[in-house]
Design a protein. Structure first.
Length: 400
């Protein structure tokens, strides 16, 4: 199927990093619009992994690496969660020796290898004119690399953490917040039945948006976020205060996986790292739970308070997208095609000031996006800070 040219050209699309609800609607939007505009669409499978594994031989079986997309294919999956193209955390600019494709191992045998020349050759082999990667800042940072190498790239942001810079919204965030609120409210019944603390660990390596929004919506009493190291005795005192005020005698705290105690550091599940240098987080909710129980007698007349400890994890990234993660991906996909039809590339599709827009793709690697603690987080009360919502974006603190 390589080098098949159609009237206007070939567009490739891929999804990288963690799966989120809304990826398939984005793939569908790109594909249907592109086909109707006269383009052929190729889906690169398994993110950047498929882009490096392609064998440049028209007789080779590359079905694990890419597929030709049709309206029939994307209509079957367009309303579902996850990504039917599959995903990976592969970084083509830093491929370990053991992960170099077998057919390239004679050429690339260092401990870390830059396979960008192979990616560019593979895209040329497929006849790809434009590439649309959908991902978080890691996946899109490599999109920036390809753009700087001269390839035509238009990127779409996705991540439940909502921390891609330059945009108020990343695909997956709304469903994550919706699920967090829903499951926190469900878990309240057990916390109330036993008069316990409820500690819920949520995603958020460097940014605390997924803890802040549900707390602001009333799902939790307090939240601790990566942007502010907190005093666990103060958290204990506040949660006991909340518990005493509650007729059902329980209180709730949302804990970002990347949050830290005063004087402490991030808690890692193990020291293995992914292709982008990130160690796997996990277990901070367990530590917070232990500390709350240990310190609770000091603020509860000498009596310890038990804890219900739950890590939401993949429960907030699996399943079907909510309304926002069905509509926004559709718009993002069409916006990407609008740019390509105008011959514009090197852009990131965004929501900015509540309106759809696009910005230079380089913003992905030139900035970081965090909760503005001074503006939105009460460090004394360990909860969101707000005075007025007038002229604020839909998700309040996500515009910076």
């Amino acid at each position: 199927m390589a080098n098949i040219k159609v009237k206007k050209g070939i567009i490739a699309i891929l999804t990288g990093g963690g799966d989120v609800p809304g990826l398939n609607p984005a793939i569908r939007a790109v594909t249907i619009r592109a086909i109707r505009e006269g383009y052929q669409v190729i889906g690169i499978r398994r993110g950047w992994a498929g882009a490096i594994d392609i064998i440049r031989d028209k007789k080779a079986d590359n079905s694990d690496n890419y597929q030709i997309l049709t309206e029939e294919i994307v209509n079957k999956t367009g309303a579902t969660g996850g990504t039917f193209l599959h995903s990976s955390r592969t970084h083509p600019g830093h491929v370990t020796k053991v992960n170099v494709p077998a057919h390239l191992q004679d050429k690339y045998n260092a401990e870390a290898n830059d396979l960008t020349p192979e990616v560019l050759k593979n895209l040329d082999f497929l006849g790809v004119d434009y590439l649309i990667p959908i991902g978080g800042d890691d996946t899109l940072s490599y999109g920036v690399r390809l753009y700087k190498e001269g390839f035509k790239v238009v990127a779409i942001p996705k991540t439940m953490d909502n921390d891609v810079p330059g945009t108020e919204y990343c695909i997956g965030f709304s469903t994550c917040v919706t699920r967090t609120i829903m499951m926190t409210r469900s878990l309240r019944t057990s916390a109330g039945s036993h008069e316990r603390f409820l500690v819920i660990e949520v995603f958020g390596r460097y940014a605390g948006f997924t803890a802040m929004l549900p707390t602001m919506a009333g799902a939790a009493n307090r939240c601790v976020i990566p942007e502010h190291k907190f005093n666990v005795e103060r958290l204990t005192e506040l949660l006991i205060e909340d518990r005493h005020k509650n007729p059902s005698k329980y209180s709730v705290v949302l804990v970002s996986e990347g949050a830290m105690f005063e004087g402490g550091e991030m808690v890692f599940k193990d020291m293995t790292k992914d292709a982008y240098g990130h160690s796997k987080l996990g277990g901070f909710g367990d530590l917070v739970s232990e500390e709350l129980k240990k310190h609770s007698p000091k603020y509860n007349n000498g009596k310890p308070i038990d804890v219900i400890n739950q890590k939401l994890g993949y429960l907030v990234r699996c399943g079907d997208p909510d309304a926002i993660d069905s509509v926004v991906p559709m718009a993002y996909g069409n916006l990407a095609l609008d740019l390509l039809l105008k011959g514009i590339h090197g852009r990131l599709i965004v929501l900015k000031n509540g309106r759809y827009d696009n910005v230079p793709i380089e913003i992905v690697t030139s900035a970081k996006k965090f909760v503005n603690v001074k503006k939105y987080y009460n460090t004394e009360r360990l909860r969101p800070l707000y005075k007025s919502f007038e002229m604020m974006p839909l998700f309040i603190m996500t515009s910076e």
